[in-house]
Ligand binder design. Structure first.
Ligand code: GLA
Length: 388
C-alpha cells in the first residue's frame, strides 16, 4: 500500500476540522483469466492488488455526506434522504449509490464527513470504481454498526452499477475487492457465488501488470452491447435447440456448433468466446493449484486471442502491448485484463526476467505506439475492511 494513512488523516483534519473516527480500505483487482464471463454466469479468476481506495471518515449528526476527493481535489455534498446522481461530481455517485442500497435494505444509514484517497489508476481496467464502492460500504457498515454478509456485499455493489449507474456489469470486481485474500487469487462461480481461494505461489513466475496508458474506462455502450449480444445468443440457441437456458453458462461447445447456421456471426463468435473462456478458466484454476506456469501462460494467450478475434474488446494499443510481451524472454503468457477497449494487460513472467521484461516492454511499446506505458508488480492483497 502506498497510501499514507497518517497523511490522509491530516488532510481530513485540515478539510473538516477535528479528528476522524475511522479508516477503511478496499483494493483494486487484476483478473488473471475469465473475462466477460461473469454476467454470463460463468467462472472468473481475479486477485486483489495492493493498489486501493482508502476512506477516512467521521459520522455526522445529520443525513448528509460532506466528501473530499483528495486525488481530484474536489469537494461535494449529498443529501442521504434524496440519494440522486450528481452530474458535476460523478465520483460521489459511487458513495451515494452504496448509501442508496443500504437504505433500500433498511439498514441504519448514517451521514458522514469523508475523505477519499486512492492509488488504483482510474479507468485502466483495475476496478477503481468497485474499490470505491466496497470502501464506501465498509464505511457505512462501521458507522452504522451493521455488516452485510457473504456474497450480499458484492451483490449490493453490483446493484449500484446496474441500477444506480446503468452499467450492466457482472459481480467479479466487487466480489474480489470485498473477498480477496492476501497471497491468493479467487476462483468464483458467478452463478452460485461459491468460491475458492487459490494460492498464487509459482516457484519462479510472477504476474506483471502493464498499463497501455489508454484509459477508455468501461466504454459503457460497447460493454452493454456485448451483454446484449450474449443475450441474443442465449435466446437463439434456446430456440434452435429447444433447450431451456437463461445464460451462456447453460450451453456447451457442441450446442453452439449445432447452432452455427442459425445464429448471427456476431452472436456465434461472442458465445464461442464465453464458452471457451469458461473452460480455460477452470483449467487455469488447476494449473495455478499445480504451480504450472507454462500451462497458465498458454491459457492466458488463448484467452487474449479469443477476446481479440471473437469478443472484439481489445484495441491496437492492447494488441501491441501483448504481442510485444510474448516476444520477450521469460514471458509465459500475456493478455488484456478487465473490460478491455484500453487499460491494462496481465503477463506471467519468469521471476528472474521481470526487470528486463518491464524495461523492454515499455521501450518497445513507446517505439511502436508513441505512448508511455507503465508496469508494476503487485502481491495478491486482502479484501475490503477497516484499518482503524
Ligand atoms: C468489468 C466489469 C466486470 C467484468 C469485466 C470483464 O470489469 O465490471 O463485471 O464483466 O469488465 O470481465
Amino acid at each position: 500500500m502506498s497510501i499514507r494513512i497518517g497523511d490522509a488523516k491530516e488532510t481530513f483534519v485540515r478539510h473538516f476540522g477535528g479528528a476522524p473516527e475511522l479508516v477503511v480500505r478496499a483494493p483494486g483487482r487484476v483478473n488473471i483469466i475469465g473475462e466477460h464471463t461473469d454476467y454470463n454466469h460463468g467462472f472468473v479468476l481475479p486477485m486483489a492488488i495492493e493498489h486501493e481506495t482508502v476512506i477516512v471518515a467521521r459520522r455526522r449528526a445529520d443525513m448528509r455526506l460532506h466528501a473530499f476527493a483528495a486525488n481530484l481535489e474536489r469537494r461535494a455534498e449529498a443529501d442521504l434522504e434524496r440519494r440522486v446522481r450528481n452530474v458535476d461530481e460523478p465520483w460521489l455517485d459511487y458513495v451515494v449509490g452504496v448509501a442508496n442500497e443500504v437504505a433500500k435494505l433498511a439498514l441504519p444509514l448514517v451521514g458522514a464527513d469523508l475523505l477519499i484517497v486512492g492509488d488504483v489508476p482510474i479507468g485502466c481496467g483495475l476496478s477503481s470504481s468497485a474499490s470505491l464502492e466496497m470502501a464506501a460500504l465498509a464505511m457505512f457498515e462501521a458507522l452504522g454498526g451493521f455488516q452485510v454478509e457473504g456474497a450480499e456485499a458484492p451483490r449490493l455493489g453490483q446493484r449500484v452499477e446496474n441500477e444506480f449507474l446503468g452499467l450492466s456489469t457482472g459481480i467479479m470486481d466487487q466480489f474480489i475487492s470485498r473477498m480477496g485474500r492476501r497471497g491468493h487469487a479467487l476462483f468464483l462461480d458467478c452463478r452460485s457465488f461459491a468460491y475458492e481461494l487459490v494460492p498464487v505461489a509459482f516457484a519462479s513466475a510472477t504476474f506483471v501488470i502493464a498499463n497501455t496508458g489508454v484509459a477508455r474506462g468501461l466504454t459503457s455502450s460497447k460493454y452493454n452491447e456485448r451483454v446484449a449480444q450474449c443475450r441474443e445468443a442465449v435466446e437463439g440457441m434456446g430456440k434452435a435447440l429447444g433447450k431451456a437456458g437463461t445464460h451462456l453458462r447453460d450451453f456447451d461447445m457442441d450446442d453452439l456448433l449445432e447452432c452455427k447456421t442459425t445464429l448471427s456471426d456476431t452472436a456465434f463468435r461472442r458465445a464461442r468466446h464465453i464458452i471457451s473462456e469458461n473452460a480455460r478458466t477452470q483449467t487455469a484454476r488447476m494449473a495455478m493449484r499445480a504451480g504450472d506456469a507454462d500451462t497458465l501462460g498458454d491459457l492466458m494467450n488463448a484467452s487474449d486471442e479469443s477476446l481479440r478475434v471473437d469478443y472484439e474488446v481489445t484495441c491496437p494499443e492492447l494488441d501491441a502491448m501483448t504481442s510485444i510481451a510474448r516476444g520477450l524472454s521469460g514471458c509465459r503468457g500475456a493478455r488484456m485484463t478487465g473490460a478491455g477497449f484500453g487499460g491494462c494487460t496481465i503477463n506471467l513472467v519468469a521471476t528472474d526476467a521481470v526487470s528486463a521484461f518491464c524495461e523492454e516492454l515499455l521501450s518497445n511499446y513507446k517505439r511502436q505506439t508513441g505512448l508511455t506505458g507503465a508496469t508494476f508488480v503487485s502481491s495478491p492483497a486482502d479484501g475490503a475492511g477497516r484499518i482503524e
